[in-house]
Write a protein of this length. Structure first.
Length: 323
């Protein structure tokens, strides 16, 4: 039986569990999600884990990254799972109790059952992490600015000056963050080259290119275009139940930021990108609804993105039309 340690990690603490030969779990709870807690885990692993053990954890925003980095540096095999995988597994096990310790046991059990299919996690380049932080900060600032604009429309006159002051400051921060993103990409040869390839695609400008680079990371880690589509949650999923036959929708089990960021560029590409325009015409002739066509355009755009980045060649509409 392979040695698998399940880790349930939160912002401040994490719990660990591993199944023993006697069928009982060995656990340790509430370790600090800091270097001090990592040291405690190191000592525990030396006593209770084999060198080739799998350390399995759930992707939890950015909270898992420090521990995953530490374990990877220590030579352990680390696997970071999509939360949807564990949610589905928990449902299949009829899990009724949800605590950190129970979740650690669940992750360990999942890792044991799927040991043959676990994929080792690799840390991302610092340049990608920094870009993602900048892009997500820009999105946060844009949401704050929109909320202030909405407040301005319905606010009393006595508070409008305060709202305008906040809005002015946020818009300045937006401009500075946009410049920081441009500078960061320009200063990194790999990111600059990939950005230039992406903006050669009709429908993609600098903002979308930065989002794609930030959220996809290294695009060549995906085996094919279908894998990158699944990562974005844009892969089609058939739903049939009772009288409802042949209903197809997107899975939505992927990056919601990527899906949201691709919507407007895909709408633009319906008219500006010859390959997507041709696909749109075919789908309209088959009677597809507007929403289905936009989803198809988002998938097509991601396929083009993958092809351009993998080939290292700028977008060629004629070549895309041939596929």
């Amino acid at each position: 039986m392979p040695c698998v340690i399940g880790v349930d990690i939160a912002k401040h603490t994490f719990d660990i569990a591993t199944l023993q030969a006697n069928g009982k779990y060995r656990t340790k709870a509430k370790l600090s999600n800091t270097s001090a807690g990592f040291k405690v885990l190191d000592d525990w692993l030396l006593k209770h884990a084999e060198p080739e053990a799998w350390i399995v954890m759930e992707a939890t925003g950015i909270y898992h990254e420090g521990l995953a980095d530490h374990l990877h540096t220590g030579g352990y095999r680390v696997c970071v799972l999509n939360p949807a995988q564990l949610a589905s597994y928990a449902a299949s096990q009829l899990q009724r109790v949800k605590t950190d310790r129970v979740d650690a046991k669940l992750i360990a059990a999942y890792g044991l059952r799927h040991a043959d299919t676990l994929r080792p996690w690799q840390p991302e380049a610092p340049a990608i992490r920094q870009l993602r932080a900048l892009v997500r900060r820009l999105q946060d600032l844009q949401e704050i600015a929109q909320m202030e604009r909405n407040r301005l429309l319905v606010s009393e006159p006595r508070v409008q000056a305060s709202i305008r002051s906040v809005l002015e400051h946020v818009e300045q921060q937006i401009a500075e963050t946009r410049q920081a993103i441009r500078d960061h990409i320009d200063d990194d040869p790999d990111l600059r080259n990939q950005r230039d390839l992406l903006v050669s695609i009709d429908g993609i400008a600098d903002t979308t290119a930065a989002l794609l680079l930030a959220e996809l990371g290294d695009p060549l880690r995906f085996t094919d275009a279908r894998a990158i589509t699944a990562f974005a949650g844009l892969n089609p999923r058939l739903q049939e139940s009772g009288k409802h036959k042949g209903h197809v929708c997107i899975s939505r089990q992927g990056s919601s930021r990527l899906r949201a960021g691709l919507y407007l560029p895909s709408v633009s590409a319906l008219n500006s990108n010859e390959a997507i325009k041709a696909m749109t015409q075919r789908l309209e002739q088959r009677g597809k609804a507007g929403k289905q066509i936009v989803c198809a355009a988002m998938r097509k755009l991601l396929h083009i993105v993958y092809g351009v980045l993998k080939s290292g060649q700028p977008f060629d509409a004629q070549r895309a039309l041939a596929h």
